[in-house]
Write a protein that binds this ligand. Structure first.
Ligand SMILES: NC(=O)c1ccc[n+]([C@@H]2O[C@H](COP(=O)([O-])OP(=O)(O)OC[C@H]3O[C@@H](n4cnc5c(N)ncnc54)[C@H](O)[C@@H]3O)[C@@H](O)[C@H]2O)c1
Length: 258
């Protein structure tokens, strides 16, 4: 068991997705109360049914300040505190070069990936400052937040923004006793990779299976990550196992980075 999770309360966003659902299951297994937030209400309801009464499912849009205020308030009302906040919701961009970019895609990706991280972090900071034991915040960025690749400039820019924000936040949060870290996955076998594989294969002029083989081969470990492998790192950063880790960007890429 990871120290400092049992009996505490976590909010996980993007909880109906691959990495988010794995994080909800892991934090629940470690004994936490978990508030599972996603725009996909049916997805989080299914998780709550699967795991039982320490999981509260909330259908919410993380790009909305009102929804964000509500899911924080509901969490405090039901469980009394927010000890861990995992800002994980995100969307992929369309695969388009910068020359061919799509303004609607840009706005959507920045709203879900960047604005939501700001809104959630802001609410978490205000709530945790009122709690004697403060808390921990983890963001899911990406190795795409550390380097660029052709065709995904919008997504890459959004994940660089998340990492940039975390660097300011950790300076504000550290003196208050709130730890802030980032988990930066490489390629993870979730829904999100399917449209990216298709788009990137198209950009390279190869078929999807060939692209997937080349993508796996580019990873020194020779495969995509399973979502549970990312969730394990997030849970570790949210736990008391690593009390001096603060302001870190922890890559989980099977060797893809650097
Ligand atoms: N899959 C990968 O290879 C990979 C790699 C690096 C980083 N990431 C990041 O990991 C995180 C999780 O992605 P995933 O791979 O589990 O993908 P996923 O598509 O399975 O999960 C994303 C979840 O976010 C939810 N979501 C989207 N917009 C929302 C909104 N406005 N409000 C509330 N919820 C919303 C979706 O409904 C979905 O359940 C994302 O931030 C993603 O950018 C993924």
């Amino acid at each position: 068991m990871l120290k400092g999770i049992a009996g505490k309360t976590a909010i996980v966003t993007g909880a109906a997705g691959g990495i988010g659902a794995a994080a909800v299951r892991r934090l629940h297994a470690e004994g936490a109360n978990v508030v599972a937030v996603d725009i996909n209400q049916a997805g989080v309801d299914a998780l709550a049914t699967e795991l039982g009464d320490r999981v509260l499912a909330i259908g919410a849009d993380v790009t909305s300040p009102e929804d964000t205020a509500k899911f924080f308030a509901t969490t405090v009302e039901k469980f009394g505190s927010v000890d861990m906040f995992y800002a994980n919701a995100g969307v992929e961009s369309r695969v388009l070069t910068v020359a061919d970019f799509d303004i609607n895609d840009f706005e959507k990706v920045f709203a879900v990936n960047v604005l939501s991280a700001f809104l959630g972090a802001s609410a978490a900071m205000r709530q945790m400052a009122t709690q004697p034991e403060r808390g921990k915040i983890v963001f899911t960025a990406s190795i795409a937040g550390l380097k660029g690749d052709a065709g995904v400039g919008v997504y890459v820019a959004s994940k660089h923004a998340v990492i940039g924000m975390s660097k300011s936040l950790m300076k504000e949060a550290g003196p208050q006793g709130i730890r802030v870290n980032v988990v930066a996955p490489g390629v993870v076998d979730t829904r999100m990779m399917r449209p990216l594989e298709e788009g990137l294969a198209g950009l390279a002029g190869i078929d999807v299976e060939t692209f997937k083989g080349a993508m796996s081969a580019a990873v020194p470990m020779g495969r995509y990550a399973e979502p549970e492998e990312i969730a394990a790192t997030a849970a570790w950063l949210l736990s008391d196992e690593v009390p001096y880790m603060h302001g870190e960007v922890v890559t989980v890429g099977g060797g893809l980075w650097p």
